[in-house]
Design a protein around this ligand. Sequence first.
Ligand code: 6R9
Length: 664
Amino acid sequence: MSTATSPIESVLVENRVFPPPAGFSAKAAVSGMDQYQALCTEAEKDYQGYWARLARENVVWTKPFTQVLDDSNAPFFRWFADGELNASANCLDRHIGTPVEHKTAIIFEADDGQVTKVTYRELLERVSQFANALKAHGVQKGDRVLIYMPMTIEGVVAMQACARIGATHSVVFGGFSAKAVQERIVDVGASVVVTANYQMRGGKELPLKAIVDEALALGGCEGVRHVFVYERTPTACAMVAGRDKTFGEVLQGQSTECAPVAVEAEHPLFILYTSGSTGKPKGVQHATGGYMLWARQTVNWTFDLKDSDVFWCTADIGWITGHTYVAYGPLAAGATQIVFEGVPTYPNAGRFWQMIERHGCTIFYTAPTAIRSLIKAADSDEKVHPKNWNLSSLRLLGSVGEPINPEAWMWYHKHVGGERCPIVDTFWQTENGGHMITPLPGATPLVPGSCTLPLPGIAAAIVDEAGNDMPDGAGGILVVKKPWPSMIRTIWGDPERFKKSYFPEELKGYYLAGDGAVRSADRGYFRITGRIDDVLNVSGHRMGTMEIESALVAKTDLVAEAAVVGRPDDLTGEAICAFVVLKRGRPHGEEAKQIAKELRDWVAKEIGPIAKPKDIRFGENLPKTRSGKIMRRLLRSLAKGEAITQDTSTLENPAILEQLADTH
Ligand code: 6R9
């Protein structure tokens, strides 16, 4: 572990401040800093009492809890452990008999612009029917179901249906490869896979079921008894008799009523894989009770959700943001939300703005990488500039996934938010379950590029490598000092790795986020400075450098050695740069180009297109110390195209630096 935060960075002070609009504050869930402070004080004075209150207010318990935090086996914390609930009932059944029952739950817009709407009542019926289909195929409480679906109502239905019967879902993003799907099926021990024949993205029909077939053929997947296939398009796909069934087949004759199964608060609601600095992706396990508490509470606080809102989170259900702020939080809060199948640039880069106008979206939550690419598109083509659409329905904007640069923040504020919408820059992670550090739109004065302050009860702090607090203005390691209800419970099947990755001994038992951060000297606002481990953030997606290196060296006929680093990229935040030593010697010119392409395609096949290196450089060797350690700092400088100023005296073979600087 190393602290990447240099003191020089903290000199970049952003001093524009945007106080919450008065009209917004007057009606907001948290209407000023006094109220925010009062909540923080409540949490400080009686930590358990505070969380118990929120758990009672936000969650419908079938059996009330009497215990709050159990830290007897730290860091394997348990929350509300003797309470029972059902997550799907917390999203659907709770609204039955209230005015929300017949309210639109989901406005689905397909890739081609077709719109389908479902009410809460209809969603409950579809979820129940799907839950019955799972039960009829032997799925029981505690079984794992792997979901590999496009953004659709059916994807949300599949997740909710698992939750309804106490099965643990593991959603895999539709952009991951067969190999990645297989690894997750094996690790999680799935008995059923839910997928679609195809997915529609940007006017193209892309196979999903064929990738599942390929994954299952890779071996180790004997536990998979059934594959349910949603027929997204009329095009046929191969079906294995006995194993594979269409949604039509499995839903046939199933009742639209299914009693939700009450589970213990600690029962694993889902396992979601994410990249770490070492080894294979980790299965982050979340617990039902604490997660549901925070999913609903943060929708109410951070997004200030009102009954009249039309909420839109653009994240895919394959990521944590799509779990908490598409599949669970907005439903638990009774929101009307937009679910979008397609991509922001199809049929043109005005799609998001057009959809906001069309559906009267009031709260819009997206990633900086999307904003940056739409800025670029609008700059080069006036016709897709947001000014061409009526965006007056918007009242709040959000950002997630990576730091938002102040320029992008200002554009978002001006051209999308019409200078009237607060922007909530929400910092959090797969492991956190929900927002951690974020402005409250009716309370917090905003500073572009800063995620501002921790939510009440979240003990975020910045420390040095021994866990000592750092003064404001000095950078350090971001930690959370106290457990909180929606935190990761363990890494599925690997409790030791969980302990080592998140609670390293030298940090006094604090949760290690893996990011560097700095607090401003004037307001104590947090600014995230990026990962301090070997995890890259490319377009808001987490990628482990080791994962990509392993994929490259798995091309055993070609690659002898590989090292991967990130370099800053205007559009994607970070870009992947790979340094490769071939078995056959260093290639030049056309041959180098051709092999680089071959390696990129290979990585796409091993992991997924999002892991493709942007840059591939070839050398006869990698820069190593005499003891054989790869000097990654040098590689980072080379990737950026910087002159090497570091001490290279320990370098075994300085001549290779020149080779690796060459982008062919
Ligand atoms: C929700 C999500 C987590 C990593 C995290 C950090 C980066 C997320 C951010 C942010 C700065 C923000 N990150 N939100 N950095 N400002 N508002 O993205 O989860 O996919 O697990 O990624 O993303 O580096 O550690 P996940």
